[in-house]
Write a protein that binds this ligand. Sequence first.
Ligand SMILES: Cc1cc2nc3c(=O)[nH]c(=O)nc-3n(C[C@H](O)[C@H](O)[C@H](O)COP(=O)(O)O)c2cc1C
Length: 223
Amino acid sequence: MDVLEAVNKRKSIRAFKPDPVPVEVLKKIVEGALHAPSASNSQPWELAVVSGAKLKEIKKGFLENPGRPTVDMPGAIQYPEPYASRRAAVMSGALNLMGVAREDKEARVQWGLQGAKLWGAPSCIYVMIDRVFFYIDDKINIWPAFDCGAITQTILLLATENGLGSIPAIQPVLYPDLLREKLSLPASKLMVLGIPIGYPDWEAPVNRLRTTREPLDKMAKFY
Ligand SMILES: Cc1cc2nc3c(=O)[nH]c(=O)nc-3n(C[C@H](O)[C@H](O)[C@H](O)COP(=O)(O)O)c2cc1C
C-alpha cells in the first residue's frame, strides 16, 4: 500500500471485532512508528501496548464509575467557530449512523460508554510523555505533544497498511490515575491519548462515517 492510499483509507473506527491482533503485528507497527520525527530527535513518547486480560481489567475499571473524568493534558474546553461546527458535524454524523436522537439522553450515555469500552477494540496503544519534559519552568512545553501527534499518525497509517482499524482518542485516557495504577506506572507518566486498535467491524453502521475536510484553497496558501 502506498502512503497516499494509506492516508486516504485511514479513518477513525468506532466498532471493532473482538478478534485479537497478533503481538508480532502490534510490534511491527510500533517499531515502524518509532521512526516518526521529533523535536531534536528527543523521542519524548512512551508507549504502553495493552491487550488481553490487562485491557479487560482497564475497561472494567472505566465502567465502574471511577469518579469524575479528567485529563492529564490541558485540552479545548470551548470550541469557537469554525471549530465548533466541524466538531458538531462529526458528533451528529456518528449519532445519526447509530440511530441515536440528539434528545435521547439515555442512548447518548450508552453511546458514550462505548468509548470507555474502547469501542470493543482488543488492544490499545497508550501514548504518554514524562511530566519532567512537559512542564519546563512551570510552563507547558508544547513540543513533546506535537511529537506524540507525529508518532500517533504514523501508528494509524501503519495500522491501516496492516489491515487494522484504529482511532486516536481522548476517551481512553479520561481516568489517567486508574490507568497508571493498572499499568503500574508512576505519577510522572502523563497520558496523552489512547489508540484503540483491532479489526474493524464493517457491519457496524458507525464505521460508515466519513468525515469531510475543508478544501485546499481554504486551508493552504501557495506563495
Ligand atoms: C487528539 C485527538 C483526540 C480524539 N479523541 C476522540 C475521542 O475521544 N472520541 C472519538 O470518538 N474520537 C476522537 N478523535 C477522533 C476524531 O474525532 C477524528 O479523528 C476526526 O473526527 C476526523 O475523522 P477521521 O479520523 O475519521 O478522519 C480524536 C482525534 C484526535 C486527533
